[in-house]
Design a binder for this molecule. Structure first.
Ligand code: 5AD
Ligand code: SF4
Length: 511
């Protein structure tokens, strides 16, 4: 029997094929990283709802009517709680927001109850994700005397703008990610008692860099190298909510990597909605592949990951870099979205099925095996049975190591909104299940072939069961393994795979 782990359900690799129920709510099966925006089920801090007995412990200022408070935030009330929805970019943005707040003398707390400032960093990639924040905000209706300052950050903030104040008048701050560089000013306004503060511009060419970022994971550090998106996939809100592409200079990226290495981080994950569209703003700047190689050469850095890659900008130089630099992880997340050229065109993905498969062939031609994962949308307007069959045959051809599959969700401010939503939800669910079933078979076969092999694993979790640990290989596979050793967290060790399931391997430490 493989050990059952209670550790972290976020950040899993692989198709959530086993979760048919969850598949109805695509968000909840897709707790995961290597995704253009893979929705992360566990927020940075666990979901914290008000208990029925929750009562405001401090100030009883009522902001429910949206009134202009005359009460500034006094120093002794500087506590904040932040809950994150959505992708790794959001998780990392929350880390940076937390850094800004800590730098202003705030203290982070684990519950809404204990906090004076409550921030929700939101996701609007699919409707269900966007609804979550309104259900959180709704909780405050029951507690009009909560006395808290509430902020909505991220993609829902950008998308809904000041309408959030109408729907939830107790909200004081609405700020999209492209305006985070203004956060210190916005916070100063809140501290001065202003109860209607907004940061909603997307025309900035700034990236959000902070002096101090509080990172949640002690071993792996996220680092955003490119913000926004210049592609215009017809179904996607990101270009609207996160604004145009802005790359950070390679000099500033490298400076931060050196600091992170000095602080003991050994794994760096470079982030961007289209990370490989990175363009160094410096004259004669580095290409993305050159940046990867330079980051990997920083002393103390043992692993470099990057997500998410766009197929159009994925070239041979990236494969060559991975081939020649062992610290560059042998994993590429390369979302295809559909196996049908007809649907891809309608999605404005800028490549055909054949062109995409050529990229896969490029990756497979590497000297060392590189694992590949993908995102797929089913039920796009006008998708036929034949299109679905093409997606299934693409799964066979690509032989992915993991797939995040989603039901199409029409979003405001997107081109595909005009195309209607022709596939009924039930049928979308059926197609999702078919895709997941096929991918699960592929993963079972692929993972079974790995039994007997040895992987270098970065240990990042301990089970409640003694002697049981979990970690990740360079290829981003989860290995749940046994070891008689203690204090393995953060170490790189050798693990032999002894068994396989669709989404992970089991094994034992080689001593
Ligand atoms: N409906 C369903 N899935 C979507 N994605 C992006 N927009 C939508 C949408 N409107 C998926 C894509 C993307 C992943 C992060 O989310 O597959 O790669
Ligand atoms: Fe990714 Fe396309 Fe959305 Fe850009 S527009 S984030 S490339 S899905």
């Amino acid at each position: 029997m493989p050990p059952s782990f209670d550790v972290r359900l976020d950040d899993l690799t692989g198709a959530r094929a086993e979760s048919r129920e969850a598949a109805q709510d695509s968000d909840s099966i897709l707790a995961g990283p290597p995704s253009e925006l893979g929705v992360n089920k566990s927020p940075t801090r666990q979901n914290q709802r008000y208990g029925d007995d929750a009562s405001p412990t401090r100030q009883s200022q009522h902001h429910g009517d949206g009134a202009w408070s005359t009460h500034p935030l006094p120093g002794d009330e500087r506590t904040f709680y932040i809950e994150t929805f959505g992708c790794q970019m959001n998780v990392h943005d929350s880390e940076k927001v937390a850094g800004v707040l800590l730098g202003r003398g705030y203290q982070q707390v684990e519950t809404v109850d204990a906090a004076k400032l409550v921030f929700y960093n939101t996701c609007s990639i699919r409707e269900k994700a966007a609804q979550k924040v309104f259900s959180r905000l709704g909780e405050f209706r029951k507690h009009p005397d909560h006395g808290k300052v509430i902020g909505v950050l991220g993609c829902v903030a950008q998308q809904e703008g000041e309408e959030i104040f109408e729907r939830a008048p107790w909200v004081s701050l609405v700020c999209g990610s492209a305006s985070y560089s203004k956060l210190p000013t916005l916070l100063a306004q809140l501290e001065a008692g202003n109860r209607r503060v907004t940061g909603l511009d997307t025309d900035t060419d700034e990236t959000f860099e902070t002096e101090m970022t509080r990172r949640d994971n002690p071993f792996r550090a996220y680092l955003t190298i490119i913000e926004g998106c210049d592609k215009s996939c017809s179904y996607c809100v990101v270009p609207y909510t996160r604004g145009p592409e802005r790359s950070r200079s390679s000099a500033s990226v490298l400076e931060e990597v050196r600091k992170l290495a000095g602080a003991g981080y050994s794994e760096i994950q470079l982030l961007g909605q289209t990370v490989n569209s990175y363009r160094d703003p410096a004259p004669r700047g580095k290409t993305f592949a050159e940046l990867l190689v330079t980051v990997a050469a920083v002393p103390g850095i043992r692993r470099v990951r990057f997500t998410t890659s766009h197929p159009r900008d994925f070239g041979r130089d990236i494969v060559e870099a991975i081939d020649s630099v062992p610290a560059l992880c042998d994993h590429v997340h390369l979302p295809v979205q559909s196996g049908s050229t007809r649907v891809l065109r309608s999605m404005q993905r800028t490549y055909t099925r054949e062109e995409y498969l050529d990229k896969i062939a490029l990756i497979r031609s590497a000297r060392r095996p590189i694992s590949v994962t993908s995102d797929i949308i089913v039920g796009f307007p006008g998708e036929t049975e034949r299109d679905v069959a093409e997606t299934l045959s693409l799964l066979d051809a690509a032989q992915y190591d993991g797939v995040f599959a989603f039901q199409y969700s029409p979003r405001p401010n997107t081109a595909s909104l005009q195309m209607g939503d022709s596939i009924p939800e039930e049928e979308k669910g059926r197609r999702l299940a078919i895709v997941q079933d096929r991918q699960r078979e592929i993963q079972v076969a692929r993972n079974n072939e790995l039994v007997g092999q040895t992987f270098e694993v970065l240990v990042d979790g301990a089970s409640r069961r003694p002697g049981q640990w979990t970690g990740r290989s360079s290829s981003n596979r989860i290995l749940n393994f046994s070891s008689p050793r203690s204090d393995l967290l953060g170490q790189y060790i050798q693990v032999r795979a002894t068994g396989a399931s669709p989404n992970s391997l089991v094994g034992e430490q080689i001593i």
